[in-house]
Design a binder for this molecule. Structure first.
Ligand SMILES: Cc1cc2nc3c(=O)[nH]c(=O)nc-3n(C[C@H](O)[C@H](O)[C@H](O)COP(=O)(O)OP(=O)(O)OC[C@H]3O[C@@H](n4cnc5c(N)ncnc54)[C@H](O)[C@@H]3O)c2cc1C
Length: 312
């Protein structure tokens, strides 16, 4: 309940142009400020700079050039060019060849066929260079179309792509069975968007129960599951299921967000598990940042003080 209220509050703030303009001007300046805790910086070099020390400590990374819901084909084409430049920069830097992207950033709201063309362009550069490309999952408005596009590309032979399923959506357990049957990789998350009750569980206990059921589906029928959560109960369950089903630590990975539960991230690496850190960067950080804040009701006071205080 509290999380729903918090998600609602921050999703309303996410639409405020004034707050976005204000935050964009001041909040990223301070290297130790609240925004920098979650966002690696504005540029791909900032992101690579953030990933290097993580990789030196045994983590891998996935790079997300932040941006979503572009409203013209010109913006979508520009976002695609940016991603191509990101792929090249990652190759030159020699860091993890792994990116995460959103289809609305590539123009899904403007024209589906163009968004698919844009994704294909990125895959044509990234796949031969050994990249894995994860299509992030956005709000439930896009679930069907995102999975359709993914499944079409898969049928056409793309194998270095994967999707994300959200345990808060009622439909996800059925989606998981279908994606597992393909032999494709799933990143399992709880879901970051404020969804209507007609499509999603609202009680945390229901979202967690669904997450646990889906974990079992992944460890019995899945291909290289990505367990993306900071919830220690779910992490312990994943470890138990992996042991029970003889899935060795090289056949799955944990994934966590940059700046969240760094203690837990380090502990898992020390225990010999694979841990990939999701490293977001770019000028369009505001909606992503608002989702992170909405996940924790305790963040409310924290952010208001952080953004509006003179020191931010
Ligand atoms: C690698 C990765 C990729 C993701 N990709 C997507 C995606 O494509 N689509 C999507 O809808 N969602 C995505 N998410 C977000 C996800 O859906 C959840 O909203 C988010 O991970 C919080 O849920 P949780 O599983 O950590 O569990 P929760 O039960 O929400 O949190 C468990 C504990 O983690 C810590 N924690 C969690 N969130 C925060 C926070 N924001 N600030 C501080 N502490 C926190 C707290 O200690 C909390 O008690 C992704 C998450 C990860 C880790």
């Amino acid at each position: 309940m509290l999380v729903s209220v918090s998600k609602l509050f921050f999703s309303l703030l996410a639409h405020s142009r004034l707050l976005k303009a204000l935050a964009s001007r001041v909040a990223m300046r301070k290297p130790t400020g609240i925004v920098r805790r979650f966002i690696a910086g504005h540029t791909v070099d900032d992101a690579i700079g953030a990933a290097r020390p993580l990789e030196a400590r045994g983590f891998t990374a996935t790079f997300d050039h932040l941006g979503e819901s572009v409203h013209s084909l010109a913006e979508a084409a520009a976002a695609t060019r940016d991603y191509l430049a990101v792929v090249k920069a990652i190759i030159n830097a020699g860091v993890s060849r792994n990116i995460s992207l959103k289809l609305t950033q590539l123009g899904l709201d403007v024209d589906r066929a163009s968004a698919v063309d844009h994704l294909r362009k990125i895959l044509e550069l990234a796949e031969p260079a050994g990249f894995f490309v994860r299509i992030d999952m956005e709000s439930s408005r896009y679930t069907g179309v995102t999975l359709d596009i993914f499944e079409t590309l898969w049928q056409q032979g793309s194998r270095q792509i994967g999707v994300v399923l959200q345990s808060d959506l009622y439909r996800s357990e059925a989606d998981l069975k279908r994606i597992n049957a393909l032999g494709a990789r799933v990143r399992l998350v709880k879901g970051a968007y404020l969804e209507p009750r007609s499509v999603a569980y609202h009680r945390k206990a229901d979202v967690d129960d669904a997450y646990a059921r889906m974990l079992k589906g992944l460890f019995t029928e899945g291909e290289y599951p990505a367990i993306a959560t900071h919830d220690e109960t779910m992490i312990r369950l994943a470890q138990r299921l992996a042991a029970e089903h003889h899935v060795t630590p090289d056949r799955f990975e944990f994934q966590m967000l940059y700046g969240i539960r760094r203690d837990l991230q380090a502990r898992l690496v020390e225990q010999g598990y694979r841990v990939r850190i999701y490293v977001p960067f770019g000028r369009e950080w505001f909606p992503y940042f608002m989702r992170r804040l909405g996940e924790r009701p305790a963040n409310l006071g924290f952010v208001l003080r952080g953004i509006f205080s003179k020191s931010a």
